[in-house]
Design a protein around this ligand. Structure first.
Ligand SMILES: NC(=O)c1ccc[n+]([C@@H]2O[C@H](COP(=O)([O-])OP(=O)(O)OC[C@H]3O[C@@H](n4cnc5c(N)ncnc54)[C@H](O)[C@@H]3O)[C@@H](O)[C@H]2O)c1
Length: 311
């Protein structure tokens, strides 16, 4: 009898959740106000991180910029001052959990509790598994995945305490469908997908309805990270320009979207991968020349090295 009642309640709640989702699809949520929020962005020195930092600053948020590269950090700080925004810069190698702890404590005492955390820093080597040095594989996981976990452990407690906060993880389409020459990168980004989805469940089931997570899964964006690479069929899967990509990410954050695929075609590819036989996926991947995407990769010319922690 109890089981029947439980089943009835589940069906009722599922139908209600579907209905709410459909309504939200047609009538998107009003963007939340972030004036005065303390927003920490890792890898804020260039590309996506820089774009997000400038957008938050221009909306009146207090931005906290972390990067391993001081020169790039200063460039972002200059852009933020140009739009009349406020920022605090910290040099931090996010793959080093001791630096994350020390720098995180410094932010708490010098700026305050972080209320929006954007885990964005990333690295890519663009080599096949057997060409990668072990240290490079460790670095990929350290920066692209473990760093997200260290920063979340640092800043989530105050968000939960105040039932107010948002954790944004920049994943990748490679975290949904793997790409050749990106075996370490894809594996780390699959980790980001799993980490974010599970963290969301943990927060939801702990009853903290004011703390949100957003997983961002973009395909190829025109930044220095994947320089040299071009998509085979831009009409179907274009290389994304930075500004519209940042705008879409901001829209997702401001409306508390759980997952955002840029472009939507990424979602279709991910769904197909789950449903189709591997032999069919080989054909689809070959059509998109996914096996050759990294052939022209030049990437960033310098190796991101660990440097001394400090402000
Ligand atoms: N560019 C793309 O095509 C693409 C596609 C999908 C997802 N992404 C993801 O978007 C995010 C941003 O990428 P981007 O294209 O702006 O790259 P980018 O190389 O322009 O910026 C990355 C920033 O991270 C910083 N960084 C690297 N290692 C660090 C470390 N250990 N500690 C602190 N900072 C560190 C770099 O100095 C740099 O400023 C990454 O997570 C990336 O994986 C990029």
């Amino acid at each position: 009898m109890n089981a029947l009642l439980d089943l009835f309640l589940v069906v009722k709640n599922v139908l209600l959740a579907f209905f709410v989702s459909w309504v939200q699809f047609f009538i998107p949520e009003t963007p939340k106000c972030v004036r005065g929020e303390i927003v920490l962005i890792t890898g804020a020195g260039s590309g996506v991180g820089q774009g997000i930092a400038v957008e938050f600053a221009s909306l009146g948020a207090v931005t906290v910029l972390w990067d391993i590269n001081e020169k790039r950090l200063q460039e972002t700080a200059k852009l933020i001052s140009d739009v009349g925004g406020q920022c605090f810069t910290y040099i931090c190698d996010v793959s080093d959990r001791r630096q994350v702890k020390q720098t995180g404590d410094a932010v708490k005492s010098e700026v305050g509790d972080v209320t929006i955390l954007v885990n964005n820093a990333g690295v890519v080597y663009g080599k096949k598994l057997l060409e990668l040095k072990d240290e490079q594989i460790e670095r990929t996981f350290g920066v692209n995945l473990l760093a997200h976990i260290w920063t979340t452990k640092q800043f989530l407690p105050s968000m939960l305490e105040n039932n107010h906060g948002h954790i944004v993880n920049i994943g990748s389409s490679c975290g949904l469908v793997g790409v050749s020459h990106l075996v370490d990168y894809s594996a780390s980004k699959f980790g980001v997908t799993g980490f974010t989805q599970t963290l969301n469940y943990e927060i939801h089931f702990s009853g903290h309805d004011g703390v949100f997570t957003t997983l961002v899964s973009p395909s190829h964006i025109r930044t220095d990270m994947f320089s040299g690479c071009e998509m085979a069929y831009p009409a179907l899967l274009p290389t994304l320009e930075l500004k519209p990509t940042v705008d879409r990410i901001m829209q997702a954050i401001l409306t508390n979207e759980h997952e955002v695929y840029i472009p939507r075609m990424v979602c279709v590819m991910a769904a197909l991968k789950q449903m189709l036989p591997v032999s069919v996926m080989y054909e689809i991947m070959q059509f998109f020349q996914a096996d050759r995407f990294m052939e022209s990769f030049t990437g960033r010319q310098e190796e991101p090295v660990a440097c001394q922690q400090g402000k």
